[in-house]
Ligand binder design. Structure first.
Ligand SMILES: [Zn+2]
Length: 327
């Protein structure tokens, strides 16, 4: 396993002085996909968006008073029912992205600050996802559980919700992880994620532990403040309550940290090992997005959308250190 990075030094003339900036091009240790770490601060100021909260609340299909009449249902596995657990409601995505495609509404409240999410919000949704996976036909599927929160993260609906995608065809990066992990297993006789933990534990990118879960910052971040969660238990559907709770605990800690840094928008995704094979371990990724506000900007610009290379403004070793201190 290699943690390769290349440095480029750029000079700028500013205020009559020449200033040098170092740009780091980092290679992901599993897929070799590159990310650029540009250590230049960006403004995280966000203007209020009270108006947006109020106006979206007036038509939101995920608010309790509209959910029964407005959401679409899954006629197959869920037999047209809405599944419920705590505040969570599970139903079909009106815009399906794969063979099986659900939305899990997380909270009764229409809008939450990141620090207002509770472990049970995520835990209840993960339990419903498990129920669904256990009812799937016995075929090979690529299973993703992901979340977009607020517009900078790509969410069209403000109300907190998770998406659950079960596809017969692998998403591009999922395929890369799958092949690379298989190759890694063949030459190292250990799954990549356990090997990664062996390397990172106690190091400058190690953050800490929650129940059955270890947390590290990504060497080659795919987004701002990219953190990875690695579970003891390999397959999502077979995870114990302790394991699912460990994930929920870690997510809540990270969201609290994001808020202290001025972030309010984020994405996360699980790449689930279910139905893949011993070489694959479920792995979890979370990134902050530029803060939502009236005049927000998007941190996914041409390098990412067209060249598939992330550009980030925070070094993983720096935020891992801060997270470690509050963990
Ligand atoms: Zn709502």
């Amino acid at each position: 396993m290699e943690f390769r990075k290349e440095l480029e030094v750029s000079k700028i003339l500013i205020g009559g002085k020449v200033e040098e900036s170092v740009v780091e091009i980092r290679y992901d240790p599993l897929t070799l996909q590159t990310s650029r770490v540009v250590r230049k601060g960006i403004s995280l100021k966000s203007e209020g968006f009270e108006e947006e909260i109020e106006s979206t609340k007036s038509w939101c299909p995920f608010c309790e008073e509209r959910i029964e009449s407005m959401v679409s249902r899954d006629p197959e596995i869920m037999k047209g029912e809405i599944w419920r657990r705590g505040e969570c409601r599970a139903f079909s995505n009106l815009i399906p992205y794969s063979r099986y495609s659900l939305v899990l509404r997380l909270t009764e409240k229409h809008f939450l600050r990141p620090s207002e999410f509770k472990e049970t919000h995520f835990f209840d949704a993960f339990k419903l996802v498990q129920d669904y996976i256990n009812m799937l036909p016995n075929d090979k599927f690529f299973i993703t559980v992901g979340m977009n929160y607020l517009k900078p993260a790509g969410s069209s609906i403000m109300h907190p919700h998770i998406q659950f995608l079960v596809s017969e065809n692998s998403p591009d990066y999922f395929a890369r992880l799958d092949w690379s992990a298989l190759e890694f297993m063949e030459s190292n006789r250990k799954d990549f994620w356990l090997a990664l933990l062996d390397r990172e534990k106690g190091g400058e990118r190690y953050i800490g532990r929650t129940k059955k879960t270890e947390w590290i910052s990504a060497f080659a971040p795919k987004g701002l403040m990219h953190v990875i969660g690695i579970p003891e238990e390999r397959e999502f559907a077979k995870m114990s309550d302790d394991q699912l709770y460990g994930f929920s605990e870690g997510i809540v800690k990270i969201l609290n940290y994001y808020e202290t840094k001025g972030f309010n928008s984020f994405n996360f995704a699980f790449f689930c090992a279910d139905k893949l094979g011993e070489h694959f371990r479920t792995n979890f990724h979370i990134v902050a997005r530029t803060p939502f506000g009236k005049f927000y900007w998007c941190d996914v610009f041409f390098p990412k959308i067209l060249q598939d290379e992330s550009v980030v403004f925070f070094a993983p070793e720096d935020y891992a250190k801060e997270l470690r201190e509050i963990w």
